[in-house]
Design a protein around this ligand. Sequence first.
Ligand SMILES: Nc1ncnc2c1ncn2[C@@H]1O[C@H](COP(=O)(O)OP(=O)(O)OP(=O)(O)O)[C@@H](O)[C@H]1O
Ligand code: SF4
Ligand SMILES: [Mg+2]
Length: 334
Amino acid sequence: MNTTDTSTQDPLLRVEDLVVQYPTDAGTVHAVSGVTFDVHRGETLGIVGESGSGKSTLLRALLRLTPHTGGSVRYRDTVLTDLGEEPMRRLRPSLQMIMQDPIASLNPRRKVRDIVAEGLRIWPDRVTTSVEEQVAAGLDAVGMDIGIVGDRRPGSFSGGQCQRIAIARALALRPDVLFCDEPVSALDVSVQARVLNLVHDAKEALGLTVLFVSHDLGVVKSVSDRVMVMYLGRICEIAPVEEIYESPAHPYTNLLLSSAPGSHRPAPPDLTGETPSPLDPPSGCRFRTRCPLAQERCAAQAPPLRALPGGRGVACHFPLVTEDRDEAEAGATS
Ligand SMILES: Nc1ncnc2c1ncn2[C@@H]1O[C@H](COP(=O)(O)OP(=O)(O)OP(=O)(O)O)[C@@H](O)[C@H]1O
Ligand code: SF4
Ligand SMILES: [Mg+2]
């Protein structure tokens, strides 16, 4: 059983024991190390964790933009990790990605109308009305008028406007899942809310499912239905957004929330530890070198992701939330 699937429907995405390693001159980088989770249709799953925790690698591996070392990814009835290049290419319009740096993601020499039409020209079977109409609709969805912006080039727009153009390009293809990798991190706070609202409105209008990566806990809280917390390539915790923020079950989630700007939570006693190298991650629980609750067992045994009541999953031998422990144990093993 996948401990995090609370839906009665089949999940839209099922990720099982996914591993991504990068061979480098210095050794093997353990970027993603056996992650298992589901994404339900129509939800926004926020993914948080500090720099280097494997968030971007995970998204890229789900999309087969980075080769995986092990495990599987299923999207609807298709096992993406088994697919050849051509069938994967045909699925790409359904699985669209929004990157962190909007300016770099747009070709500076092309007009906006051609940038937004790019995907429709590559995948003509995504054209249901006409290219021009879908480009106009995509721009309209991000509050831009093709008559005003269509013939301009990216250089004449701000970062926030470029991100809106990048979102229009994705939406013009009528995707099923939007993979957002820090889509507002490079933007001024004043324009972040506008872009987040656009993603939310597009999700509602088109019935999108969204995976939303950010290191900003406030941003993730505002957009997510569930949140997944990563540390050094592993999942610490996955839970509905209100549960994560009100009562984190994993000591690392607690540390993240306590050290967030404006937090009223008391800081845990030991916040000083450095994040270990992904070239040689700690044995057992990878968070043990910084965890104020670590015990011998934490070095000997990696904690599995197990179910807690309320659709939560936590990977900790001594979680902070232990209500209905018996029920939790039963749920984790069923
Ligand atoms: N192409 C690569 N070759 C070698 N190591 C890589 C490569 N890409 C990422 N890494 C390493 O893999 C680990 C995970 O990186 P990743 O970019 O996925 O983290 P992240 O959570 O997205 O971080 P950030 O918040 O900084 O974007 C890091 O240690 C990173 O240095
Ligand atoms: S398993 Fe141990 S070291 Fe890891 S988070 Fe839980 S208490 Fe801390
Ligand atoms: Mg990243």
